[in-house]
Design a protein around this ligand. Structure first.
Ligand code: AP5
Length: 217
């Protein structure tokens, strides 16, 4: 199994890009944010435990996230694209350990670089399909659905994530600034690490990323 990683700040476009990459290259898209939100909406034991910290914009503890990820990976045979994982150096080291034990390998590691000044408007304007199986991503200004409030793909109702408020955004950025750099330093400098400019139009960013995946998938 080959694992590809896509990193970036809240609102950098990881989720939108990962869905497109997944479609084009037939990878399994694993978003720890989506998995955790699904647990919250189903009120599972994990969901009840992490609900408040997710809404506040703080990270879920490493052991919980690693446990969820490794359980998912047990049954995977094809390439996997992680969006939002690993997020801390401890998670990155645990993933290295998992890979070496299972004989899996890293594919492409991409960091989407977007300046803080454009992130907040992306986050507070985001709307997502409330049907978790779909999860399509919209924006109130830049990516509107055809019918206001309704998903183009599955007719689900569009909702605003509980952590897509200005207050939670700043908490998420504080977590990002405190944890991402040591984790990124773990990958930066390796031959499969790339940084991509994420402030172009969504299609332009996707095209830039697609060219990289052509080489690694
Ligand atoms: P998670 O769901 O991973 O949230 P995040 O990292 O904050 O990232 P987002 O989903 O907010 O943004 P994105 O980069 O995917 O952007 P998107 O494509 O949607 O995590 C949520 C929470 O779960 C965390 O706070 C934490 O509590 C917990 N968690 C998750 N993983 C964890 C882990 N490993 N460890 C611990 N805790 C964890 O785009 C955003 C908006 O911008 C959209 O409206 C989109 O249309 C628009 N947009 C996208 N690209 C462009 C573009 N090029 N130009 C203009 N607009 C664009």
């Amino acid at each position: 199994m080959r694992l590809h990683l896509i990193f970036g700040a809240p609102g950098s476009g990881k989720g939108s890009l990962a869905k497109l990459v997944n479609e084009k290259f037939a990878l399994t898209h694993l978003s720890t944010g989506d998995i955790l939100r699904d647990s919250v909406s189903k009120e599972t034991e994990v969901g009840l435990r992490v609900k408040a910290s997710m809404a506040n914009g703080t990270l879920v503890d490493d052991d919980t996230v690693n446990g969820i990820v490794f359980a998912r990976l047990q049954d995977e045979t094809r390439g996997v694209l992680f969006d939002g994982y690993p997020r801390t150096l401890k998670q990155a080291i645990a993933l290295d350990d998992f890979l070496s034990k299972t004989g899996s390998e890293f594919g492409l590691v991409v960091y989407i670089d977007v300046p803080m000044s454009v992130l907040e408007s992306r986050i507070v304007g985001r709307r997502v399909c409330g049907n978790n199986a779909c999860g399509a991503i919209y924006h109130v200004v830049r990516k509107k659905p055809v019918v206001d409030g309704i998903c183009d793909f599955c007719n689900g109702l569009l909702i605003q994530r509980s952590d897509d408020t200005s207050q939670a955004f700043h908490a998420r950025m504080a977590e990002f600034n405190a944890t991402y750099e040591p984790m990124l330093a773990h990958y930066r400098g390796k031959p499969n690490y790339r940084q991509v400019d994420g402030i172009g139009l969504p299609d332009e960013v996707f095209n830039a990323i697609s060219m990289l995946y052509e080489e690694y998938v």
